[in-house]
Design a protein around this ligand. Structure first.
Ligand SMILES: O=P(O)(O)OC[C@H]1O[C@H](OP(=O)(O)OP(=O)(O)O)[C@H](O)[C@@H]1O
Ligand SMILES: O=c1cc[nH]c(=O)[nH]1
Ligand SMILES: [Mg+2]
Length: 206
């Protein structure tokens, strides 16, 4: 499976807080932000750099800067929880938005919004905390590839084996970064043990 799991102990500590029913939206949001910082670093650890001549206060030297632009695309609405840490780490990023919502009965995601920046030549990070059936992530990746993205990465908090398999089958070139690979989907296509509906936990909706 093309999944990279974040091995940092802090990631598991933060994820445990997100999973607990005792965590209300007020505490859920900062936990999600802190965990995303770790995931963002993991998902970008191999970004290419290029030489940049600079002068320190002592002497000239050849520094290194990021070689390509970065695009971040949160899948609305839960993916919004993961945007801010990317903006803090990479202030130059361009941001696109893809709106997708699963039908409560069928769990099939329908698209309701798509606004993408220029993606050609950039590293495009699609961010969505939950990879369940993989329907939402697969559709989002279809959109960004149709816009010309080639280096595409998917960053999630919790993945289900079913979603990983679906993304890997449709987009074998797209690596997945997550904090956990959970056991399975239940009959309603929720991830178990999971953390419930991320969007509802984030925004206090039901
Ligand atoms: O892998 P899938 O089976 O497609 O499920 C994952 C999707 O489900 C959730 O979104 P939801 O449809 O609940 O929308 P929301 O973010 O607006 O709550 C989640 O944020 C993912 O986008
Ligand atoms: O477990 C799940 C599955 C899909 N979406 C969520 O927010 N949680
Ligand atoms: Mg939801």
């Amino acid at each position: 499976m093309a999944i990279h799991l974040c091995s940092h102990p802090l990631a598991q500590h933060l994820l445990t807080g997100l999973r607990s029913t005792e965590t209300n939206p007020q505490h859920f949001r900062p936990l999600a932000r802190r965990l995303t910082t770790l995931l963002a670093l993991e998902a970008t650890a191999d970004l290419p750099t290029m030489a940049s001549p600079i002068t320190t206060p002592l002497e000239p030297m050849e520094g290194q800067v990021l070689a390509h632009g970065i695009v971040v695309i949160p899948i609305l609405r839960a993916g919004l929880a993961m945007l801010e840490p990317f903006l803090e780490l990479f202030p130059d990023v361009s941001v696109g938005y893809i709106g997708l919502e699963r039908d409560h009965a069928t769990a099939v995601a329908a698209s309701y919004y798509c606004k993408l920046p220029q993606v050609q030549g950039c590293t495009t990070l699609v961010v969505d905390p939950m990879l369940a059936t993989g329907g939402s992530a697969g559709q989002a990746i279809d959109h960004v590839k149709a816009a010309g993205a080639t280096d595409v990465r998917l960053v999630c908090v919790v993945a289900a084996p079913e979603g990983v398999a679906a993304v890997e089958a449709a987009h074998p070139d797209v690596p997945i970064y997550a904090a956990a690979l959970d056991r399975e989907l239940n009959a309603k296509k929720y991830i178990c043990p999971g953390l419930g509906d991320f969007g509802d936990r984030l925004y206090g909706t039901l």
